[in-house]
Design a protein around this ligand. Structure first.
Ligand code: HAM
Length: 414
């Protein structure tokens, strides 16, 4: 029989892989709560149209990366490639667009990208959306949150890059100027950039192609097309946060999703390699109306959890572990009663009951190979006089024979 493997780019996460996940997720939740942000859980499946109308028809995400299929009712549905569109869909459905809300979410996202270090087909994001706030204070708040994440998770060599895309008018004018500039160089561009020039010219600015980057050196600059107030916002953000985080204005930052207008930003770290962005976000004031809702100015961010975990310095508390061993000749209800009492007396210890039917000797041999500090043994003799043996697995000291009450006392103090 042939084996069935997991899908490419969709790794299982098991035991040691997850050691840093729980503390990082907990820390993020703490940060979100400290900014008074509320959780929202949306489904993993949405109608494909939601992403066409938000992330955009011409974006790589919708064009090449989305997992779409028809359901049994022949409707095109998709695994979510990101969280913002679902949040706005949900807010419109709940008729919440006329009030302010601060929302966070966490969970798996799916993009059919070429897997490599830091890039998966199933990955996880935690995101925040600040809804109902015009450009201004909320732009400061979202950068403040980005700084908190970098500082609280002790990310080294992190940098926040910020840019402003202007309103939809200046975005159109700048696109036209960029097309006019790039048209004479069209044949020199690689196939991917030629395609971008045709479908979504701003994305050419994002090109990793060295030749394209050289051509772009003479290109018109976005900051000449945006308003004085937009340039002022960038300067003020840099001024306000440069004492707590490395932050720079980068006029070539455009981001790969179509819904952005206004401030866009990314947090990167040199320690991540080629896929160096661990946070991406920006303002998207027109998304709600594009999805049939009311006008809803908004700004948000999403954190790539896999990337964040690989660079976060978080202290993992080492799990305390004790093995519980019984003699094989009796399935002892008493053992399960004692184990329950022990677990509730000190829930910070992992009490690992050996569930096999092997001999006491074999069970002890196995316990010695684990990272457990002690074995609690309930042999035939202990069973009859309601005592237990506590044996250290790490130190060469004499084992103790204790009453159950004394054992609970001992267990509480470990
Ligand atoms: P994004 O830049 O597409 O933005 O994704 C945010 C972050 O998710 C990236 O910076 C990266 O860390 C992580 N990420 C993206 N794709 C992958 C992948 N294939 N494998 C591993 N990690 C990945 C958004 O998704 C927007 N929804 C952010 C946003 C929220 N804008 C406004 N509100």
């Amino acid at each position: 029989m042939t084996k069935i493997n997991s899908l490419r780019g969709m790794p299982d996460l098991y035991s040691d892989d997850l050691i840093s996940w729980t503390p990082v997720e907990k820390k993020l939740e703490e940060i979100f709560k400290s900014y008074s942000i509320k959780e929202l859980r949306t489904p993993i499946l949405e109608y494909t149209d939601l992403y066409k109308r938000s992330v955009g028809d011409t974006s790589d995400i919708v064009n090449k990366e989305i997992y779409s299929f028809n359901d049994r009712n022949d409707q095109s549905i998709s695994l979510r490639p990101e969280g913002t569109a679902g949040v706005i869909r949900s807010v419109i459905e709940k008729k919440l667009e006329q009030q302010q809300s601060k929302i966070w979410y966490m969970g798996p996202m799916f993009r059919y990208e070429r897997p490599q270090k830091g890039r998966y087909r199933q990955f996880h994001q935690a995101g925040i959306e600040l809804l109902g706030y015009e450009q201004g204070q909320s732009d400061f708040e979202i950068i403040a949150i980005t700084c908190s994440i970098i500082n609280d998770l002790k990310i080294k060599d992190a940098k926040i890059k910020i840019n402003h895309l202007g309103d939809s008018n200046s975005k159109i004018k700048f696109s036209q100027a960029l097309i006019e500039f790039l048209e004479p160089f069209k044949k020199e561009l690689g196939a991917k950039d030629q395609d971008r020039l045709e479908k979504n010219p701003l994305r050419v600015l994002d090109s990793k192609d060295v030749n394209t980057q050289k051509i772009l050196e003479g290109a018109p600059s976005l900051n000449n097309f945006i308003s004085a107030s937009a340039n002022k916002l960038l300067d003020q953000l840099q001024e306000t946060f440069s004492s707590s985080c490395a932050i720079e204005i980068d006029n070539s930052l455009v981001r790969g999703l179509d819904y952005y207008t206004g401030l866009v930003f990314e947090a990167t770290s040199k320690n991540l390699g080629a896929q160096d962005a661990f946070i991406g976000g920006g303002r998207y004031d027109n998304l709600s109306s594009a999805l049939g809702g009311k006008n809803l100015p908004a700004i948000g961010l999403a954190i790539g959890i896999e990337r964040l975990i690989s660079i976060a310095s978080i202290n993992n508390t080492i799990e305390k572990k004790i093995i519980f061993i019984t003699s094989t000749s009796n399935i002892a209800p008493l053992a399960f009663k004692i184990a329950n009492q022990l677990r509730s007396s000190n829930p910070s210890i992992a009490l690992d009951m050996d569930l096999t039917d092997s001999s006491l000797k074999a069970k002890l041999r196995r316990a010695n190979k684990t990272d457990a500090s002690h074995a609690i043994i309930l042999g035939d003799e202990e069973l009859s006089n309601e005592t237990v043996i506590i044996k250290s697995l790490k130190e060469d000291i004499e084992q103790l024979s204790l009453s159950i009450e004394d054992c609970i006392d001992f267990y509480k103090k470990i």
